[in-house]
Design a binder for this molecule. Structure first.
Ligand code: FES
Length: 578
C-alpha cells in the first residue's frame, strides 16, 4: 500500500534549504533566480518541480517534448508549484551507437544526481523511447522523491500503398522481401516515407510501448496515460494534468519506492505477458524492482508465462498497432480483462487504486483486446530456458516464432562477432540449411558492449531466396521488441566473460525444448571442460572513460544489467549547502 505523508509545511520542503533560509547562500540562490526573471511570488514557499526532459534535436520519438514541457509547466503553475526544466540525455534509439543500452544506467545516474543536486521537491519524468523509461524511473526511485512518469505516447500508424506499417516489425519483413527480390527500390523508398508518420515512440508492441505500459501498471503514470497516441490532443491534456498532480505529490508524497511493492511487479509481469511485450522488459523490470529493494528474477516471468494468455492482438505477436489498442480502451481495458490475475489494491501516483482504474474501464474493440478465453495465444508469451549453454538463463518469445522451432536440434553455425556474421550471411555459397542454429557470441552486456539489439540475426541470403523466413538463432544479445522469430536471447553468462556459450563451435549440436525449458549444447562434459581450459579472455572493450566504468560494473542480463553499485543500498545523503 502506497504511503502518503502528512501534508508538508513550506518550511519542510526540500527546496526550502536553498530558498527559504536566511544566509549568504540562500541570498545567492534567490538573486540568481531573479537574474532569470523570476520574482518572489513565482517561487517563494512553493514546491519546486523538476521536469527531467529527454528531448533532443535527434530524438524523433520525443520531438513533441519541447511543446509538452510547456504543457507540464502550465499544470505546475496552475497548482501552485514552481517548474524547472532539467534536460537529460535523450537516448534516441535509432541513432545512438553502439546501443542505447550502454547508456540506460548513464541516464539513471544523471536523473538521480540532477534531482539530488538541485532544489527539487518532486519530479516529472518525460520519456518513452526505449531506455528512457527505465532509466528515468530507476534514477527517480533511487533519489526517493515523489515523481510521475509522463510517457511520450506512440506515433500514428504507418501507411504505404494501402497497407498499415508497424515500426521495426515491417522494416525487417520488407527488408527480407527486398533481399529476396520481391520488392524494388521504389517500393522500399515509399515504405521509408510512410513508416514513421508522426512524433511519438514506436507504435508496435516494442520496448517503448511495453515499458510505458509497465510504468502505467506500476502506478507511476496517470492511469491509462501510456496508451494515448502522441499526436492525440488528449496527450497535451495528460501533460498538463501531470503537472497539476505532481504539485500535490510534492506536498504529501508518496515517493516511487513507496508505490512500488512486490505485487506491483507481479502485476507488471502479467501485463507484459498478456501484451506479448518486448523481451527487453525483463531486464528493465528486474533492474527497476531491485532499485526499489524488491527481489525479482527470471523465474517469476516463466512461472506466470505458463498461466497468462496473450490477449493484446498487437504486432509483432498480433495484427494491430498501439493506435488501435488505444481506441480499444487502452491499458485500463486490458487490465479489466486481466483482473483475475492482478492484485488490485496497489495505489498509483493519481492517489487511486488499480481496482478503481479497472472499474472505470471498458473494452471497445473485442478483436484488439481479446477476452482471456479468446486469446491470441493461450500462454507462453515468454519462456526462460536453462541448460549447460545458459546456466543463468536465456529468454525466448515462443508466441512470435514458427512453432516448429519450439523443439529443435540442429548444428551450430557460430560467429565470434557481429561483423563476422554480417559478412558471412550475405554470401551466396554459405554452407547452411534451415535446420542450422545461428549462433552469435560476444554480444552481451560486456561483449557487445552494452548488449545491442542484434539477437534477430538475419536469415542467410541463400535461405531467404529459398523462401525461408525463420530459423533458430541464439545469442547473448537482446533483440528489438519489434522483432520476431525463433530467437533465443540474453544467454547468461555471456560469452565475453567466459560463460559456456563461449565454447560453441560451428557444427556442434544444439537442442532447444521450449516445453521442457531447456537449452543444451550436446557435447560430452570432458570436451566442454577441455574447451573451457583453453579459453582465453578477449581484450577489454574499453580502457578509459564511461565505457571502462561500464565494463567494470555492469551486471549480467539475468540481474537486470544495472551497475553493481547502483542497486538498492543505504540512502545517499542530501548535499550539504554552505
Ligand atoms: Fe524510439 Fe522505437 S525508436 S521507441
Amino acid at each position: 500500500m502506497a504511503r502518503t505523508t502528512p501534508r508538508k509545511k513550506p518550511s519542510e520542503l526540500r527546496s526550502h534549504r536553498w530558498f527559504g533560509v536566511t544566509d549568504l547562500r540562500s541570498f545567492g540562490h534567490r538573486s540568481r533566480l531573479k537574474q532569470i526573471g523570476y520574482a518572489d511570488a513565482d517561487y517563494a514557499g512553493k514546491p519546486v518541480i523538476g521536469i527531467v526532459n529527454t528531448w533532443s534535436d535527434i530524438n524523433p520519438c520525443h520531438a513533441h517534448f519541447r511543446a509538452r514541457v510547456e504543457e507540464v509547466k502550465r499544470g505546475v503553475w496552475q497548482a501552485g508549484g514552481f517548474p524547472l526544466e532539467l534536460p537529460a540525455i535523450s537516448l534516441a534509439e535509432p541513432f545512438v551507437k553502439p546501443t542505447t543500452m550502454l547508456y540506460r544506467n548513464f541516464l539513471a545516474m544523471e536523473t538521480e544526481e540532477l534531482l539530488r543536486s538541485h532544489p527539487v521537491d518532486a519530479a516529472v519524468l518525460m520519456g518513452g523511447c526505449d531506455k528512457t523509461t527505465p532509466g528515468l524511473i530507476m534514477g527517480a526511485i533511487s533519489m526517493g522523491i515523489p515523481a510521475i512518469f509522463l510517457p511520450a505516447g506512440p506515433m500514428l500508424r504507418g501507411n504505404w500503398a494501402g497497407k498499415i506499417l508497424g515500426s521495426g516489425s515491417d522494416t525487417w519483413k520488407y527488408w527480407d522481401e527486398k533481399r529476396a527480390g520481391n520488392i524494388g527500390e521504389a517500393e522500399w523508398t515509399a515504405i521509408e516515407n510512410g513508416i514513421a508518420r508522426s512524433f511519438g515512440h514506436c507504435m508496435t508492441m516494442g520496448t517503448a510501448s511495453t515499458m510505458t505500459a509497465m510504468a502505467d501498471v506500476l502506478g507511476l503514470t496517470l492511469p491509462g496515460g501510456s496508451s494515448i497516441p502522441a499526436a492525440d490532443s488528449n496527450h497535451p491534456r495528460l501533460a498538463t494534468a501531470t503537472g497539476r498532480r505532481i504539485v500535490e505529490l510534492a506536498w504529501e508524497g508518496p515517493s516511487l519506492a513507496d508505490i512500488l511493492q512486490p505485487a506491483s511487479f507481479q502485476n507488471a509481469i502479467v501485463v507484459h505477458l498478456a501484451m506479448g511485450g518486448s523481451t527487453n522488459c525483463m531486464i528493465h523490470l528486474i533492474a527497476m524492482a531491485r532499485r526499489a529493494g524488491i527481489a525479482l528474477g527470471l523465474d517469476a516471468f516463466d512461472r506466470l508465462a505458463r498461466e497468462v494468455p496473450v490477449i493484446a492482438d498487437v504486432r509483432p505477436s498480433g495484427r494491430y498497432l498501439m493506435e488501435d489498442f488505444y481506441y480499444a480502451g487502452g491499458l485500463p481495458a486490458l487490465l479489466k480483462r486481466l483482473s483475475g490475475f492482478l492484485d488490485l489494491d496497489g495505489r498509483n501516483v493519481a492517489g487511486t487504486t488499480l481496482r478503481e482504474v479497472v472499474d472505470g474501464a471498458e473494452v471497445f474493440l473485442e478483436d484488439v483486446i481479446r477476452a482471456v478465453d479468446q486469446p491470441v495465444y493461450p500462454s507462453g508469451g515468454t519462456a526462460i530456458l536453462r541448460g549447460n549453454l545458459a546456466p543463468d538463463g536465456a529468454v525466448m518469445k515462443p508466441a512470435a516464432c514458427d512453432p516448429r522451432f519450439l523443439k529443435h536440434r540442429g548444428p551450430a553455425l557460430a560467429f565470434e562477432s557481429y561483423a563476422e556474421m554480417a559478412a558471412a550471411i550475405e554470401a551466396d555459397d554459405l554452407d547452411v540449411t534451415p535446420d542450422h542454429v545461428l549462433v552469435l557470441k560476444n554480444a552481451g552486456p560486456k561483449g557487445g558492449p552494452g548488449m545491442p539489439e542484434w539477437g534477430m540475426l538475419p536469415i542467410p541470403k541463400v535461405l531467404v531466396r529459398q523462401g525461408v523466413r525463420d530459423m533458430l538463432r541464439l545469442s547473448d544479445a537482446r533483440m528489438s521488441g519489434t522483432s520476431y522469430g525463433a530467437c533465443v536471447l540474453h544467454v547468461a553468462p555471456e560469452a565475453f566473460v567466459g560463460g559456456p556459450f563461449a565454447l560453441v563451435r560451428t557444427g556442434d549440436p544444439i537442442a532447444v525444448d521450449v516445453e521442457a525449458r531447456t537449452l543444451t549444447l550436446d557435447l560430452p562434459d570432458d570436451e566442454l571442460a577441455r574447451r573451457h581450459a583453453d579459453w582465453t579472455p578477449p581484450p577489454p572493450r574499453y580502457e578509459r572513460g564511461y565505457g571502462w566504468m561500464f565494463s567494470q560494473h555492469i551486471l549480467q542480463a539475468n540481474d537486470g544489467c544495472d551497475f553493481d553499485f547502483l542497486q538498492a543500498g543505504p540512502p545517499t545523503p542530501e548535499p550539504e549547502i554552505h
